[in-house]
Design a binder for this molecule. Structure first.
Ligand code: PEP
Ligand code: MN
Length: 337
């Protein structure tokens, strides 16, 4: 940690800051710059609250050098984490497509969409059976019946399954049907859910919270990792900003930012990020170009009648086109799809 002192700091204030740092267990090195005195506080304390120093008289700025997340960090593990599920590897050279409807609605719908996405090269079927809806009056999902249909449709077309878990009480039921647990944006900081998922051995995709910083997001991944489950991937799905022309603002730069800081795979979801189907293709291309290890895209056989997120669902032929285009982008950057 680096502590920059104010220009007019008194000797007494300097002594006081040094004493506090030493009492917290840091070794302190003082260096006098041209204009300001800088204290180097040495000691690894990932949980240290820097405000404890920031509030002292004479302190101008405090900068943390070590990251508060440990198991998720690139400094802890240099090589990329690869998550192998049956014959699919997430986080390797291949860019993996997860696609399907927002919600599982009925047997005909999920089988039709599974066939469409499998034919175009998707490896993983998505679909919510338990839906986190903003309104309690909106369709909440089919529950266990939805899980059964999703599994059956995926098995028929040789796809893996990803579906959302909203609360700890659902873990054991959903685990029977899914290959990957999805933690939705609204649950990114549901710490008891994260802790309980950390005790399972099923891979987890952790979506970024609506107003979460990258650090918040990685700290949430840390909850899962520190409870034992190392198969964690992250998903950038847009964050809330002042912009209203899209549902959220797709934070594409989060992809290389996370890749630098963390060894965990990063998936990108241009459907929830933009909320409009005509924006999904360009942003999917951009996400692959930015280095995403996979995409999650909503597709529907009849979006006008969809029970949730119809306006952002791709039509079958749009999905086919998207697959062709992102495959080309992947090849340009030396990856496969
Ligand atoms: C979803 O993928 O079904 C979903 C609800 O997304 P998010 O949590 O990103 O809003
Ligand atoms: Mn959706």
């Amino acid at each position: 940690m680096v502590v920059v002192l104010e220009k007019n700091v008194s000797d007494k204030q300097i002594e006081n800051v040094i004493k506090h740092l030493e009492d917290f267990g840091f070794a302190v090195h003082k260096s006098t710059g041209v204009e300001q005195i800088i204290l180097g506080a040495i000691g690894v304390k990932p949980n240290f609250d820097t405000r404890q120093i920031k509030i002292l008289d004479g302190v101008a700025e405090v900068y943390r050098i070590t990251e508060p997340f440990k198991l998720a960090s690139r400094s802890f593990k240099k090589e990329n984490t690869e998550i192998k599920i049956k014959d699919v590897v997430i986080g390797g050279n291949e860019v993996v497509m997860m696609a399907g409807p927002c919600s599982v609605e009925n047997e005909d719908q999920i089988f039709a969409v599974a066939e469409i996405v499998a034919k175009s090269g998707a490896k993983i079927l998505r679909g919510g059976a338990f839906k986190p809806r903003t309104s309690p009056y909106s369709f909440q999902g089919l529950g266990e019946e939805g899980l059964k249909l999703l599994r059956k449709a995926a098995d028929k077309f040789n796809l893996l399954v990803i579906t959302e878990v909203m609360e700890s009480a659902q873990i054991s039921l959903i685990e029977e049907y899914t290959d990957i647990f999805q933690v939705g944006a609204r649950n990114m900081q549901n710490f008891s859910l994260l802790r309980d998922l950390g005790k399972t051995s099923t891979p987890i995709m952790l979506k970024r919270g609506l107003s979460a910083t990258v650090e918040d997001w990685l700290m949430s991944a840390e909850y899962i990792l520190s409870n034992g489950n190392k198969e964690v991937m992250l998903c950038e799905r847009g964050i809330r900003t002042f912009e209203t022309f899209t549902r959220n603002t797709f934070d594409l730069s989060a992809i290389p930012v996370v890749h630098k800081r963390s060894h965990l795979p990063v998936i990108a979801d241009p459907s929830h990020a933009t909320g409009l189907r005509d924006k999904v293709l360009p942003m999917a291309r951009a996400a692959v170009a930015a280095g995403a290890d996979g995409l999650m895209v909503e597709v529907h056989n009849d979006p006008e009648k969809a029970l949730s997120d119809g306006p952002q669902a791709l039509l079958p032929e749009q999905f086919e086109d998207l697959m062709k285009q992102v495959k080309l982008i992947a090849e340009v950057i030396g990856r496969k799809m």
